[in-house]
Design a protein around this ligand. Structure first.
Ligand SMILES: NC(=O)c1ccc[n+]([C@@H]2O[C@H](COP(=O)([O-])OP(=O)(O)OC[C@H]3O[C@@H](n4cnc5c(N)ncnc54)[C@H](O)[C@@H]3O)[C@@H](O)[C@H]2O)c1
Length: 257
């Protein structure tokens, strides 16, 4: 019996095989969960559909762009009818314009700031609100993905650092809000992993190199490391944990100099 046997989980953020969300989907599938996935738009549908086909079982798929008015409600309306109640939700989505992920932080535009906040932080609130009627009273668990640049200055991470700070704080406010209804909310702070989104951060390669040289475990983490921790947080083993940011970073965040 897997850790997630008999559990229904929706995952937002699979785009391709490098996506952290795909690592999470594989871990949850291995542990026996039944899965639902979104795809952001028609352009991404084929790639997500192909990946979903690699998971034996009846994976639910539907579009959802968190910036399109009505998309979140439509998604959960269909999910409730065609997939059923939910025991878990994974938020693994973020976006900032490439020009905001490098250069001077003082040049951050309002448009760029607002876009990063809407997609990367507000969307957690929107998705939890949409999912709540399907999760209420089921000991459900929500997991989102954050990065150390929320707390400390990481060169070039810029506007995304501010969005991740909002995401981590929203995790705590949501945990307090939905806890009485039996829903836990936690964040995983993952070390740098080479994905399409990550490559948008200027000089991302040097984050990977620094981490592998300096982290206590002297290596980078991967999608499998994050997937396993997400499976733990979504499972009943973590039933006493909520509102926390859990580091999956080979220990990098404990270092001073
Ligand atoms: N890769 C890293 O180094 C790293 C480290 C820590 C945290 N994270 C976080 O992990 C999460 C997943 O990122 P990833 O690195 O796997 O990259 P990715 O590019 O594979 O995933 C990003 C996802 O966000 C989705 N997305 C973007 N805008 C959207 C919108 N408007 N509506 C719906 N979905 C939208 C994309 O479709 C994509 O699936 C993000 O929150 C990211 O900030 C990544």
């Amino acid at each position: 019996m897997g850790l997630m046997s008999g559990k229904n989980v929706v995952i937002f953020g699979v785009a391709n095989k490098r996506s952290i969300a795909w690592g999470i989907a594989q871990a949850l599938h291995r542990e026996g969960a039944r899965l639902a996935l979104n795809y952001q738009n028609e352009r991404m549908e084929e790639s997500v559909r192909k990946l979903a086909a690699e998971l034996p079982g009846d994976t639910f798929l539907a579009p959802c762009d968190v910036t399109v008015p009505g998309d979140i409600d439509k998604f959960f309306g269909r999910l409730g009818k065609e997939f059923g109640p939910l025991d878990g939700l994974v938020h693994s989505i973020a976006f900032a314009k490439r020009e905001e992920l490098g250069g001077s932080f003082a040049d951050t535009s309002w448009d760029g700031y607002a876009m990063a906040q809407q997609v990367s932080a507000w969307s957690l609130i929107g998705l939890v609100k949409g999912a709540l009627p399907l999760m209420e009273g089921r000991d459900a668990s929500v997991v989102c993905l954050t990065y150390y640049g929320a707390e400390k200055v990481v060169q070039n991470y810029n506007v995304m650092g501010v969005a991740k700070a909002a995401l981590e704080c929203s995790t705590r406010y949501l945990a307090n809000d939905v806890g009485p209804r039996g829903v836990r909310v936690n964040a995983i702070s993952a070390g740098p992993i080479k994905t399409v989104s990550a490559m948008g951060v200027s000089d991302f390669g040097s984050l990977l190199d620094t981490m592998a040289q300096k982290a206590p475990l002297r290596r980078n983490v991967d999608q499998g490391d994050v997937g396993n921790t997400a499976a733990f947080l979504l499972s009943n083993l973590a039933r006493g944990i909520t509102g926390q940011t859990i580091y999956v970073d080979a220990g990098y965040s404990i270092l001073g100099l």
